[in-house]
Design a binder for this molecule. Structure first.
Ligand SMILES: [Zn+2]
Length: 377
C-alpha cells in the first residue's frame, strides 16, 4: 500500500494508497485541530489549495463534541464533509501539553479536561477506541511525549513504557478493525519513535518498533524546544533505523526550512500549525521570505501577497486590502492569509516531489532556502 516511486539521495518520493484515496509524498498535512482549520477555512476551501490530508486532534474531539457523537453521525469524514485522507493524532501530545493535573501509570494517563476540568483517563486502548470512533484514515499510537529537558533516566523509562503501549495499541487496533460496527475497518496505525535528543535511545527504540511491522513510523518529541541542529542530528541518526519501505512522519514540523532539511534526511510526512497560526496573525510566507501584513508599508501596496501565486487570496486581492481587513479585525483577512499560507506549503511539497522525481532535490533545496532567506519585500 506504500511504495517508493523514486529516491534522490535519502529523499524519498512515495505513494500511500488508502481507503480514502492516494497520498503523494512528501506531503504536508493541514492541521484542523477541532475538525476545522482555524481561520474559517472549510473542507470545500481545502479542495482549492491542494490539501491532500487533513489532520484532526483526538483529544480535542474526545472532549468536544465527543467521539461517540462523531461516530453516531457517521465518522469524521461524513461529519466534516471531507472524503480524502484524515490523520488523527493519539491525544498523547495534548494530554501532556494542555492538561493541568495528570498522573502517568502503566495503564495510561489520568488527567483533567482543559474545557471543564472533568477527570479523564486515556490509555492505549482508549486512544485507539476514540480514533476508531472518529474513523480516521490513519491513527497514531498513544505515546508519552516527555519534556525535552527530562533526565536520561526518565526518558529511558518513558520510552520503554511507550513501547509497551505501542504493542497494546496494535492489538487493540486489530481487534477494533474486525468489529462489525467499526466505520473504517481499514484504519492504519503509525507507531511513534521517542527518545528526546539521545541518539542511542532513539536508535534502539526505532529498531524495536520496526519489528512490529506497522503501517508507518513517526518521530515524536522533536520541535518541542530543542535546537534545529539537535533535531537534524536526531534525524540523521534515527531515520536510517526506521523501515524505508514505510511512510516516515516527522510530527509537528515545521518551518519551510525544517521541512526541506527533513525531506533530505528521508522524512516524507509532515504537519504543523505554523501556516494557519501565522496566517491568523497576518504573517504570510512567500518565496522571498515572510511578510507581516500589519506593517505600514503595505498600506498602499496593490500587489498580491505573492506575484504569480494561484491561491484564492492572491488571484484576487491586494496586500493593502488584506492589511485593511486584518486591522479592522474582519474574519476575511485571517481567512485569506491562512488560505495563502496553506497553499504556499502545499505548493512547496508539490515542488519537492517534482524535484525528487527529476533527481535534482539538493539543487532545489539550496535554491529554495536561498530565495526564502532573502530580505522581506
Ligand atoms: Zn497566494
Amino acid at each position: 500500500m506504500y511504495k517508493i516511486i523514486k529516491k534522490d539521495g535519502l529523499a524519498k518520493r512515495g505513494r500511500l494508497e488508502t481507503v480514502h484515496g492516494t497520498i503523494e509524498t512528501p506531503v504536508f498535512m493541514n492541521v484542523g485541530t477541532a475538525a476545522a482549520i482555524k481561520g474559517a477555512v472549510s473542507t470545500e476551501d481545502l479542495q482549492g489549495i491542494k490539501t491532500q490530508v487533513e489532520l484532526s486532534n483526538t483529544y480535542h474531539l474526545h472532549v468536544r463534541p465527543g467521539d461517540e457523537v462523531v461516530k453516531k453521525l457517521g465518522g469524521l469524514h461524513k461529519f466534516m464533509v471531507w472524503d480524502k485522507p484524515i490523520l488523527t493524532d493519539s491525544g498523547g501530545f495534548q494530554v501532556f501539553s494542555l492538561s493541568g493535573l495528570r498522573k502517568i501509570k502503566e495503564e495510561g494517563v489520568y488527567f483533567q479536561s482543559h474545557i471543564d476540568g472533568k477527570k479523564i483517563f486515556m490509555g492505549p486502548e482508549e486512544s485507539m477506541q476514540i480514533q476508531s470512533n472518529l474513523a480516521s484514515t490513519i491513527a497514531m499510537a498513544f505515546d508519552e511525549c516527555p519534556s525535552s529537558v527530562a533526565s536520561r533516566q526518565y526518558i529511558e523509562n518513558s520510552v520503554a513504557r511507550t513501547t509497551r503501549w505501542l504493542e497494546r495499541c496494535k492489538a487493540e487496533m486489530n481487534r477494533l478493525n474486525q468489529l462489525p460496527d467499526t466505520i473504517n475497518k481499514h484504519q492504519l496505525l503509525f507507531g511513534i519513535n521517542q527518545g528526546a535528543i539521545y541518539e542511542d535511545i532513539r536508535i534502539e527504540h526505532a529498531k524495536r518498533i520496526s519489528e512490529l511491522d506497522l503501517d508507518g513510523y513517526a518521530l515524536g518529541g522533536l520541535a518541542v524546544g530543542e535546537s534545529h541542529e539537535d533535531m537534524y542530528r536526531i534525524l540523521d541518526a534515527t531515520v536510517p533505523h526506521l523501515p524505508e519501505n514505510k511512510p516516515t512522519y516527522l510530527m509537528g514540523v515545521g518551518t519551510p526550512a525544517n521541512i526541506l532539511e527533513a525531506v533530505d534526511r528521508g522524512v516524507d510526512f509532515f504537519d504543523c500549525v505554523y501556516p494557519s497560526r501565522n496566517g491568523r496573525h497576518g504573517h504570510v510566507y512567500t518565496n522571498h521570505g515572510k511578510l507581516n501584513l500589519f506593517n505600514a508599508k503595505y498600506e498602499l501596496d496593490d500587489r498580491p501577497i505573492e506575484e504569480g501565486c494561484q491561491c484564492p487570496a492572491c488571484r484576487k486581492y491586494s496586500r493593502a486590502y488584506i492589511r485593511h481587513l486584518l486591522k479592522a479585525k474582519e474574519m476575511l483577512g485571517m481567512r485569506l492569509c491562512v488560505l495563502h499560507n496553506l497553499y504556499f506549503y502545499n505548493t512547496m511539497m508539490e515542488e519537492i516531489r517534482e524535484a525528487i522525481e527529476e533527481g535534482r532535490y539538493k539543487e532545489y533545496k539550496k535554491q529554495k532556502l536561498d530565495s526564502m532567506s532573502g530580505k522581506q519585500i
